[in-house]
Write a protein that binds this ligand. Structure first.
Ligand SMILES: NC(=O)c1ccc[n+]([C@@H]2O[C@H](COP(=O)([O-])OP(=O)(O)OC[C@H]3O[C@@H](n4cnc5c(N)ncnc54)[C@H](OP(=O)(O)O)[C@@H]3O)[C@@H](O)[C@H]2O)c1
Length: 266
């Protein structure tokens, strides 16, 4: 099964690197094309994947085609690949706001289309990807696509109606978490901790807290309460975060992200 990537920027490269990190043999199954050939060359040197020098070469040699370009480039690429697409090939979108219906509209044949929304922690095999498919794909074909994303983290099959919510909660949310880690470390630096150590403490505590939610299955509120002893230090910090509206800022950020994705879908 050959997987062809069109676009090897942040997300394309993260998926490729995570997929090869999972199993070195996977490198033989990956072809990539980017309009900046040096980006693909870097991945060839780093991961040993195959470089395609044209979209037509990639289309001739791939079973699954992953479009890893910005949403505004999709129309242009879809017009280019439409006459080259064979009915047994599978088209995968990773873009915010690109609907299955939009993908289908470029093809005369009943194209096999999958809409996904991954995130960049794919690079370290800790991504999460939401997937929806159209009716032209059977269960075993969908399984092949799911397997790619399983190798770079977790996967969830969702109703396409929910897809515009995914950027806000996981596709884009690593950015908000990095902001939180940076702010946490700034706080420690302000109190006199060396910066490198501050990032280490901040990032590890975010990683640990996330694993507590996933592995204990406890409600995040209960886990928060477990850290807050009466009259202690933590509740002082929690009171400040509540006073500054941390929760509502995050909820509004997710709403803004979802709204943008919905607008793009239209
Ligand atoms: N970044 C994320 O965290 C994230 C998360 C989830 C989903 N996504 C989705 O992933 C997609 C890619 O995002 P990204 O952040 O990886 O963008 P990116 O870093 O800009 O990568 C896109 C790559 O495609 C190249 N490209 C542009 N036009 C092309 C063409 N005609 N043929 C071949 N390659 C072309 C770009 O080259 P140039 O630099 O020359 O334009 C760039 O190398 C987007 O649709 C986005 O919605 C991203």
């Amino acid at each position: 099964m050959k997987i062809g990537f069109i676009g090897t920027g942040n997300m394309g490269a993260a998926i490729i690197k995570g997929y090869v990190k999972k199993d070195e043999k996977n490198k033989n199954d990956i072809l990539a094309y980017d309009n900046v050939p040096e980006k693909v060359k870097k991945l060839v040197d780093e991961c040993g994947i195959i470089q395609s020098h044209s979209v037509s070469h990639l289309m001739q040699n791939s079973d699954i085609i992953i479009l890893a370009v910005k949403p505004d480039i999709y129309g242009h690429i879809l017009e280019e690949i439409s006459p080259l697409m064979k009915k047994e090939q599978i088209l995968v979108s990773i873009a915010a706001g690109i609907t299955i219906r939009y993908l289908e509209s470029f093809f005369d044949l009943p194209v096999k289309a999958v809409r996904t929304m991954p995130n960049t922690p794919a690079l370290v095999n800790e991504g999460i990807t939401a997937l929806s498919k159209n009716e032209n794909i059977d269960a075993s074909e969908f399984e092949m696509v799911i397997n790619i994303f399983d190798s770079i983290g977790k996967t969830e099959i969702i109703d396409e109606k929910l897809m515009d919510i995914i950027p806000g909660v996981s596709g884009s949310s690593p950015a908000y978490v990095y902001m939180f880690i940076e702010a946490l470390a700034d706080g420690a630096v302000l109190q006199g901790m060396p910066r490198k150590k501050a990032y280490q403490f901040a990032a590890q505590s975010v990683l640990g807290a996330a694993r507590m939610v996933i592995e204990t299955g406890k409600h995040p509120g209960e886990l928060k309460d477990m850290v807050c002893s009466p009259g202690g230090t933590t509740i002082e910090a929690v009171a400040v975060l509540e006073d500054r509206g941390m929760r509502s800022a995050v909820i509004e950020a997710v709403a803004a992200c979802t709204e943008k994705s919905r607008k793009m879908s239209k």
